[in-house]
Design a protein around this ligand. Structure first.
Ligand code: SF4
Ligand code: SF4
Length: 129
C-alpha cells in the first residue's frame, strides 16, 4: 500500500466510531437466537425427560418433587449450550436466554436448580445464578 493511501486510511479512521465495544462497561445484549444459560418453566414441564435423553453432555436432570411437579437441575460446568434440550422439549418448558457471564470460582455454584412451581410460582435457582 502506498504511503498516501495509508495516510488517507489513518485520517479517515480517526473520526469513525470504534468497531469494538467497551465491554464490560457497555453491554448491548446478545442477538436473537443466542444460546446462553437455560431457563426452566416448571408449570409447563410434564416430566417426560426427553431433554435428559437428548442432552449430549448429561448436564440436565429433571426430578419429580411432588405429584406432577418437576424441578430441573442444570450443571453449567457440563452444559455446552447447544440448546438441544430446548428443541427437544415438547412443552417449551426450556428456553435459552442471553445470559452468558456464568464464571464461578467455586464449581459447585455451577449447579443450578430451578425449583418446582409448588407454592410461589417463581423460578428459584438454588445457587450460583
Ligand atoms: S423435555 Fe420438557 S417437558 Fe419433558 S422433562 Fe424436559 S423440560 Fe420437562
Ligand atoms: S443446552 Fe445442550 S448441553 Fe446444555 S443442558 Fe441443554 S442439551 Fe444439555
Amino acid at each position: 500500500m502506498r504511503p498516501g493511501k495509508i495516510l488517507r486510511t489513518v485520517l479517515g479512521s480517526i473520526f469513525k466510531k470504534p468497531a469494538t465495544q467497551d465491554y464490560p462497561h457497555n453491554k448491548s445484549g446478545m442477538p436473537k437466537g443466542f444460546r446462553g444459560k437455560l431457563r426452566f418453566d416448571s408449570e409447563k414441564c410434564i416430566g417426560c425427560k426427553m431433554c435428559m435423553k437428548d442432552c449430549p453432555s448429561m448436564a440436565i436432570t429433571i426430578r419429580e418433587v411432588a405429584p406432577k411437579k418437576f424441578e430441573c437441575e442444570v450443571d453449567l460446568s457440563k452444559c455446552i449450550y447447544c440448546a438441544q434440550c430446548v428443541d427437544t422439549c415438547p412443552k417449551k418448558a426450556l428456553e435459552a436466554t442471553g445470559e452468558f457471564e456464568l464464571a464461578q470460582l467455586d464449581i459447585s455454584k455451577l449447579k443450578v436448580i430451578f425449583h418446582a412451581n409448588i407454592d410461589s410460582g417463581l423460578e428459584n435457582p438454588a445457587q450460583g445464578s
